[in-house]
Design a binder for this molecule. Structure first.
Ligand code: GP9
Ligand code: MN
Length: 629
C-alpha cells in the first residue's frame, strides 16, 4: 500500500497535470474558436451587410424589424448563403496569419464595394460594375452629387472596422499555427457551388421553373441580378459577363470579308431622287415614344380618337404604316440603338449593357455634327437606366440630360410624367443654337399603363374598363396630348417652321407584354385584336404635304432614311448602316428579332441575306468592328 503522503503527492501531481492539460486544451480550443470565430464573423458580417444593402435598394428602413422585410425581395435565400461561402472557402488555403489577413481583407473589400453600390444606386439607380472601368464619363457626374449619395445608414458598412483592427492587433498569436486545410476548403467550395448548379437547373433550365424566376439569365439586367443573386452574386456574375461572356470577339480575316460582302450585297446603287436633302439645314427633333403601337393611330375607340394629335400631324407628314419594331430584349435601348446607329442589337442580352462603349462611326449625332449641328439627347429617366447615358455619349451626342436635370414634380408609372417632362424640355429645345438635332424619349405610356384618373380623357365602354388595353388607350391618349402641347408651343416659338420632327414607337407594348389580357376582352374588334408588331414612323414638317408611304421597313431603316432627307451623303453610310433608305429602295421588307420576315424578297438569296443581317450585326457589335475600320 502506498503511503498516504505519496498518494496525496501523486494525486496532487495528477490534478496539476490534468489542470495543466485542461488549460492547454482550453487555450487551444479558445484559439481554435477564435480562428474559426473570425471566419463565422466575416460570413455573418457580409450576409448582414448584403441585407442592409438590399434594404437600401428596396427603400426599406433599418429601424425595428424593417431589415427582415428584405427577405420578401430575396427570391432564393440559399443562393444568398452560397455565394459568400464560395469565396470564403479560399480562406482555408491560407495558413498562419495569411488566413486572418484573407478574412479581414475580404470583409473590408466587400464592405467598401457595398458602400459604393449604395452610393451608385442612389445616384444612378444601378450598382458598380467592371464596365465602369470603361465608362469614366459617368464619374464626372459623381463629383457634384457625391455628398447627396451618402446616408447615415452607410455607417453599417464600416462600423465593424474597429473590431477587425482589434482582431488583427490582439490575435496575431492565434494565427501562429494555423494549417492549410484542403478538405475544408473543398467542402466549403463544393457544397455551395453544387447548390448553385442545382438552383441554375431548377430556376433557369427545368421545364417546371419553380416560382418562375430566373437566376443566371442571358438577359443581363443589373437591377434584378442584384436582388436575385445577392450583391456578391451580382459582382461575381458581373465579372463573368465582363471577362468571359462579353469579351471582345476577335474576327478572322474571313469574318471581316464576310461582313464587308454583306454590306456590298445590300447596296442597291439607285440614282438619287427628289427626297435627297429636302430638309437640308432644318433642325431635327427625333422622338422615341414608349410602347406606341401602330394600331392606335387613325383609329377610334367608342367614337373617340386615341391619338388625335398624331393623326393631325399626318396631314403634314411622311407616314409609314408598314413599319415594324425590331428590338431584342434590350427593348427601349435596342430601339435607340437602331435609330441612332442602324445596327441590329446583339442576339443575347442587352447591347447597351454588354457593349456600352463600342464605336459607331456614322451614328445619328455624328452624322448631324458632320453637317454642323448641335446635338442633344434627353431622357426623363436616370442615366443608368439601360445604361443609356454612357451609350448615347459614346454615340457622340454633345450633351446628354437625364432625370437629374429636371424637377421631379410629377411622377407617373416609371418616373417623371410626360406632361412635366415635355413642359420642362421645351425651353431647352428652343434655346439651342441652330441648327440642332435633339433626341428624346417619352416614358408614361409604359406598361402597365398606369394613369391618374384626372388625366383619363376617354370614356370607355365596359369591356375595356380595368383592362390593360383600355388603360393603354388612356395612357397613349395622354402622351399624344402632351406631344401636341409641346409641338404647339414650339410652333408658337417659331421653331417648327424650320424643324423636322420624327416620331416613332420604340416597341409594341400592350400586345407584347399584356397579350393574354388583350385576348380576354370580348367581343373582339378587328382593329385592336392584333397589332402585328407595327410601330408608327412619322416624319413631320409643317409645310409638307402629307403622304402615306407603303414601303415596308423597320427601326433599322430610320437612320439612313432620315439622314437622306437631311442631306447626308448616302455613300458615307454604305458600309456602316445595315438599314435601307426607305425613300430610295426597291426592297420591301423588315426582319424581326426572331428572324421572321415581313414583306417580300426578290428571291431566296435576298431573303437569306436580309435575315443574315441579324448575325452579321451580332459579330459587328461583339468585335467592335467599326472601331478598327
Ligand atoms: C426606360 C423606359 C423603359 O427608359 O423607357 O424601358 P423599357 O422597359 O420599355 O425597355
Ligand atoms: Mn420601351
Amino acid at each position: 500500500m502506498l503511503p498516504l503522503k505519496n498518494i496525496g503527492n501523486n494525486s496532487a501531481a495528477a490534478i496539476h497535470t490534468i489542470g495543466k492539460n485542461t488549460g492547454i486544451w482550453l487555450k487551444r480550443g479558445y484559439k481554435a474558436c477564435l480562428k474559426d470565430f473570425l471566419f463565422y464573423y466575416t460570413y455573418l458580417s457580409i450576409l448582414f451587410k448584403s441585407l442592409v444593402l438590399l434594404s437600401t435598394v428596396a427603400g426599406i428602413s433599418l429601424s425595428g424589424t424593417g431589415i427582415f422585410k428584405v427577405y420578401k425581395i430575396v427570391p432564393t435565400d440559399l443562393v444568398y448563403l452560397a455565394f459568400p461561402l464560395i469565396l470564403l472557402s479560399f480562406a482555408f488555403l491560407f495558413k498562419n496569419k495569411g488566413r486572418m489577413w484573407f478574412l479581414i481583407i475580404f470583409n473590408l473589400f466587400f464592405s467598401a464595394i457595398f458602400m459604393f453600390d449604395a452610393w451608385n444606386f442612389r445616384g444612378f439607380s444601378s450598382f458598380i460594375s467592371l464596365y465602369m472601368l470603361k465608362e469614366t464619363a459617368n464619374l464626372q457626374n459623381l463629383g457634384d452629387s457625391i455628398m447627396a449619395m451618402i446616408h447615415l445608414r452607410d455607417l453599417v458598412f464600416v462600423i465593424d472596422i474597429p473590431v477587425l483592427i482589434a482582431i488583427a492587433i490582439f490575435n496575431k498569436k492565434v494565427y501562429k499555427n494555423v494549417k492549410r486545410n484542403i478538405i475544408v476548403f473543398l467542402l466549403v467550395l463544393i457544397i455551395p457551388s453544387g447548390y448553385l448548379a442545382y438552383a441554375h437547373y431548377r430556376y433557369d433550365i427545368s421545364a417546371d421553373r419553380g416560382k418562375g424566376q430566373y437566376l443566371f439569365k442571358t438577359f443581363w439586367t443589373p437591377g434584378t441580378t442584384f436582388t436575385d443573386l445577392s450583391p456578391i452574386g451580382y459582382h461575381l456574375y458581373d465579372a463573368f459577363m465582363y471577362f468571359v461572356q462579353n469579351r471582345q470577339l476577335n474576327l478572322s480575316a474571313e469574318d471581316k470579308q464576310n461582313i464587308q460582302q454583306w454590306f456590298d450585297e445590300k447596296k442597291e446603287n439607285l440614282p438619287d431622287n427628289k427626297y435627297k436633302g429636302m430638309f437640308k439645314g432644318m433642325n431635327l427633333i427625333m422622338i422615341q415614344v414608349e410602347s406606341l403601337e401602330g394600331f392606335y393611330l387613325n383609329n377610334k375607340v367608342d367614337g373617340q380618337e386615341i391619338t388625335p394629335n398624331l393623326n393631325g400631324l399626318l396631314k403634314n407628314s411622311f407616314y409609314f404604316p408598314n413599319f415594324y419594331e425590331q428590338v431584342n430584349i434590350g427593348t427601349t435601348s435596342d430601339a435607340e440603338l437602331m435609330s441612332n446607329t442602324s445596327v441590329y442589337p446583339v442576339r443575347d442580352g442587352a447591347t447597351y449593357f454588354r457593349f456600352p462603349t463600342n464605336t459607331y462611326n456614322n451614328s445619328m449625332p455624328k452624322l448631324m455634327k458632320g453637317l454642323g449641328y448641335n446635338t442633344l439627347a434627353i431622357h426623363p429617366d436616370k442615366g443608368a437606366y439601360w445604361n443609356w447615358e454612357t451609350v448615347l455619349s459614346t454615340f457622340g451626342y454633345d450633351k446628354c440630360l437625364d432625370a437629374t436635370a429636371f424637377k421631379q414634380d410629377e411622377t407617373i408609372g416609371l418616373g417623371l410624367s410626360d406632361g412635366s417632362f415635355l413642359r420642362q424640355i421645351e425651353p431647352i429645345i428652343k434655346s439651342q443654337k441652330q441648327p440642332f438635332y435633339t433626341y428624346f424619349i417619352s416614358l408614361t405610356s409604359h406598361t402597365p399603363f398606369y394613369l391618374p384618373t384626372k388625366y383619363k380623357d376617354l370614356t370607355l365602354e365596359n369591356k375595356f374598363l380595368n383592362t390593360r388595353l383600355g388603360d393603354s388607350f388612356q395612357t397613349v391618349r395622354y402622351t399624344d396630348k402632351q406631344l401636341g402641347i409641346l409641338l404647339s408651343k414650339l410652333q408658337e416659338d417659331g421653331i417648327l417652321d424650320n424643324t423636322v420632327v420624327v416620331i416613332y414607337g420604340d416597341h409594341s407594348g400592350v400586345h407584347k407584354f399584356c397579350a393574354d389580357d388583350v385576348k380576354k376582352i370580348k367581343p373582339v374588334d378587328d382593329w385592336w385584336a392584333d397589332n402585328q408588331r407595327h410601330v408608327p414612323f412619322i416624319i413631320y414638317q409643317n409645310k409638307l404635304k402629307g403622304q402615306d408611304i407603303q414601303t415596308i421597313g423597320g427601326e433599322i431603316d430610320i437612320l439612313p432614311t432620315i439622314s437622306y432627307l437631311m442631306g447626308v451623303d448616302e455613300k458615307s453610310l454604305e458600309n456602316t448602316a445595315m438599314g435601307r433608305n426607305l425613300f430610295n429602295t426597291n426592297k420591301n421588307f423588315a426582319v424581326m428579332v426572331d428572324g421572321i420576315y415581313k414583306g417580300d424578297a426578290a428571291d431566296t438569296k435576298q431573303k437569306e441575306h436580309d435575315i443574315n443581317g441579324l448575325s452579321v450585326a451580332d459579330k459587328i457589335i461583339r468585335s467592335d468592328y467599326f472601331k478598327n475600320k
